[in-house]
Design a binder for this molecule. Structure first.
Ligand code: ADP
Length: 542
C-alpha cells in the first residue's frame, strides 16, 4: 500500500519562493571592487532572478541546456544560482583558477551554450576563444570603463535584465531534472562532472540546515568564503536562503584582510572557508587581536584541519570551529564534527582531537569503511579502510564519463578514495586519500597525521608529506616544509625531535625540504602531484 502524501516536487525555485515570502527584508551584501558594499534584500534578489530567468528563455535557453558561470562570489553569481535552474537550464559554475587548456576542456565537455562572466576575468576566454566549440554568448556582469574584447557574442547582464519580465513563471516541473553541474578539481586525471538534480540540491539544503549539521537560522549572517564554483559554495547560499539568514559575499578574492574586515563589520555569525584561508586570517588576528564574539560557528572544510588552528581560534579567540568533510560528488556535505553531549566533560585536548576528526555523518548520508577486499570494517577507532557513502545527495555516476563504474561498488555505494577509521560513536577520522598514503615496508603511513603534527611546530607555516620511491622500503615519506617568515634557520633534527614522540620510527621522514610555499591545486589544496613532479625533476633539493 502506498502512502497518501503529496508528491510535492523538491525544486530549487521553491527555496527562493520561501526566502522571498518569509524573509523579504533579509539582506544580501557583496563587497565590490572599490571596497564598498552592494546591498539588497531577498525581495530584490527574487525580482531580479525572475527577470534573469525570463531573459534566459528569451535568449533561447531550453530545458537542460548547460549555461556556465565564471566569477567570484557576488550577488550576480547568486542570482544565477537561482535563475538558471529556475529557467530549466543547468547552472555550471566554472573554476576560475583553471589553466586555459583545462578551461576549454571543461566548457566543451559540458557543451555550455552561454557563459556568464565577471567582466574583470573576461580575458581568460580570449586566450582559448578558438578552442571553445559551442559558445553563443558571453554575458558580462561588473563591466568597467575601458573594457575591450575581441570576443564575439558579448552581451551585458544589466541590459538583459532591463527589458525582462518580472512575472516570469518558473520553467521547472520535475525534481529529478538536472539543476547544476560542478567538476571535480581533477587532482587525478581529467576533471569529472557531477550533475546535481533539483531534488538533490533541495535535500542537501535541508540536510545542511539540520541542527547537527550547519544548522543555519534566521538570525545568522552567513559568509561563504569558499568559491561559488566549489560544490556550489558548499551549498551555503541555498541553505542560507532557506533559513532566511543574511548573506555576505566577499567579491573578488579571499584576501584575509578583507575577510576579517567583513566578518567584523557585517557581524558575520557563520563564516566558511578552507583551513588555509583560516590560517591566514588567524595570522592577521594575532597581529591585531580583535573580539570575534558574534561568530558562533567558524566552518572549515575541504582539507584536513590542523589541530593548531582549532586550538588557536577556540582558546585564544573563543570562537567555536566546525569542521565538515565532503566532496564535489557528495554535494558536498557528508560529515560534520560536532561534539556530542557525552563529550562535555572531556579534557580540552580530547575535544580538539574530536574536532579535527571529520565527525559524524549528516543525517541523510550513510558511511562505511571497507578493506581492500571490500569487506566492511568495524567501527572501533582502529580499523582503517576506504570510506564509502550513499544517500540522496551523493552522485550515482559522472557526467558523460564511461569509466564511472570503478567509482561505485556492486551495491551502489560511492567509493570516495579517502581512507579513514570510524570510532564506536561514529566519528570518522580520515588518515589520507588512497593516492596520498605512503606505503613503507608494507605499512601504511598517514601523510595527514604527519602534516598535522608538523604544523603544530611554531616555526612551521605549512607542511606537506609526499611518498617518494625507495628501493629498500618501497616508498618513504618526504616532508616539504614552508617556515614562518621569522623562523630563522631550522635543521632537520628539530623536526625529527618534534615528530618522534608521536609516531613509530618507520613513519619519520628521512628528509625535510624547505620551500617558500606549498603549491596549491585549483581548489586551493596542497598540490602533492606537483610536489612529486618537482621532486622527480630534481627541483625540490632532496
Ligand atoms: P578534488 O577531489 O578535486 O580535490 P573535492 O573538493 O571534491 O575536490 O575534494 C574532496 C576531497 O577533499 C575529499 O575526498 C577529501 O580527501 C578532502 N577533504 C574534504 N574535506 C576534508 C576534511 N574536512 N578533512 C580532510 N580531507 C577533506
Amino acid at each position: 500500500m502506498q502512502g497518501l502524501m503529496m508528491g510535492y516536487p523538491l525544486t530549487v525555485d521553491r527555496i527562493l519562493e520561501h526566502a522571498n515570502r518569509m524573509y523579504p527584508h533579509k539582506r544580501v551584501s557583496t563587497r565590490l571592487a572599490d571596497g564598498t558594499l552592494h546591498r539588497y534584500t531577498y525581495s530584490d534578489l527574487y525580482k531580479r532572478v525572475k527577470r534573469l530567468a525570463s531573459a534566459l528563455v528569451d535568449l533561447g535557453v531550453k530545458q537542460g541546456d548547460r549555461v556556465a558561470t565564471f566569477g567570484w562570489n557576488n550577488y550576480q553569481h547568486l542570482e544565477l544560482y537561482f535563475a538558471l535552474p529556475g529557467s530549466g537550464a543547468v547552472c555550471h559554475p566554472l573554476n576560475i583558477q583553471l589553466l586555459p587548456e583545462q578551461l576549454a576542456y571543461v566548457v566543451n565537455h559540458a557543451e555550455d551554450r552561454i557563459i556568464f562572466v565577471d567582466a574583470p576575468l573576461l580575458s581568460r576566454f580570449e586566450e582559448v576563444a578558438d578552442e571553445l566549440e559551442g559558445i553563443e554568448y558571453f554575458v558580462l556582469f561588473n563591466p568597467f570603463d575601458g573594457l575591450e574584447t575581441k570576443l564575439s557574442g558579448v552581451l551585458y547582464y544589466e541590459d538583459l535584465m532591463a527589458g525582462a519580465d518580472e512575472d516570469f513563471s518558473w520553467e521547472v516541473t520535475d525534481e529529478d531534472d538536472a539543476a547544476a553541474l560542478c567538476y571535480t578539481g581533477g587532482t587525478s586525471g581529467e576533471p569529472k562532472g557531477v550533475l546535481y538534480s533539483h531534488r538533490s540540491i533541495y535535500l542537501h539544503t535541508m540536510g545542511a540546515n539540520q541542527a547537527n549539521a550547519f544548522g543555519l537560522r534566521e538570525s545568522d549572517v552567513v559568509m561563504p568564503a569558499v568559491p561559488q564554483y566549489h560544490s556550489m559554495a558548499w551549498g551555503l547560499p541555498y541553505a542560507a536562503a532557506f533559513a532566511g539568514a543574511d548573506i555576505v559575499l566577499p567579491g573578488a578574492g579571499f584576501d584575509e584582510a578583507h575577510l576579517l574586515d567583513l566578518i567584523l563589520k557585517e557581524r558575520v555569525t557563520v563564516p566558511a572557508a578552507v583551513p588555509s584561508v583560516w590560517s591566514d586570517v588567524l595570522r592577521r588576528l594575532r597581529a591585531d587581536p580583535t573580539d570575534l564574539w558574534h561568530v558562533r560557528q567558524l566552518v572549515a572544510g575541504g582539507e584536513a584541519l590542523p589541530s593548531s588552528l582549532v586550538e588557536a581560534f577556540e582558546q585564544e579567540f573563543g570562537t567555536q570551529v566546525l569542521q565538515c568533510w565532503g566532496m564535489t560528488e557528495t554535494s558536498p556535505l557528508g560529515t560534520v564534527s560536532r561534539l556530542s553531549a557525552h563529550h562535555a566533560d572531556l579534557p580540552a585536548q580530547e575535544k580538539v582531537k574530536l574536532k579535527v576528526s571529520q565527525g559524524q555523518a549528516v543525517p541523510g548520508v550513510e558511511i562505511r569503511i571497507v578493506d581492500e577486499k571490500g569487506e566492511k570494517l568495524p567501527w572501533d577507532g582502529f580499523a582503517v579502510g576506504e570510506v564509502q557513502v550513499c544517500g540522496p545527495w551523493i552522485t550515482k555516476g559522472y557526467y558523460k564519463e564511461e569509466r564511472t563504474k570503478k567509482h561505485f561498488t556492486a551495491d551502489g555505494w560511492f567509493r570516495t578514495g579517502d581512507v579513514a577509521s570510524i570510532s564506536e560513536d561514529g566519528y570518522m577520522l580520515i588518515s589520507d586519500r588512497i593516492k596520498d598514503l605512503v606505503r613503507s615496508d608494507g605499512e601504511w603511513i598517514s601523510s595527514v597525521a604527519l602534516e598535522n603534527q608538523l604544523m603544530r611546530h611554531p616555526k612551521v607555516r605549512e607542511a606537506a608529506i609526499i611518498a617518494i620511491p625507495d628501493e629498500k622500503h618501497g616508498e618513504r615519506p618526504l616532508a616539504v616544509v614552508a617556515l614562518e617568515p621569522d623562523a630563522g634557520s631550522v635543521t632537520a633534527d628539530v623536526f625529527t625531535d618534534h615528530l618522534a614522540p608521536h609516531f613509530p620510527m618507520l613513519w619519520l621522514p628521512d628528509d625535510f625540504v624547505l620551500v617558500d610555499g606549498i603549491p596549491r591545486t585549483v581548489q586551493g589544496k596542497f598540490d602533492k602531484k606537483e610536489l612529486g613532479r618537482r621532486h622527480a625533476a630534481g627541483e625540490l633539493g632532496a
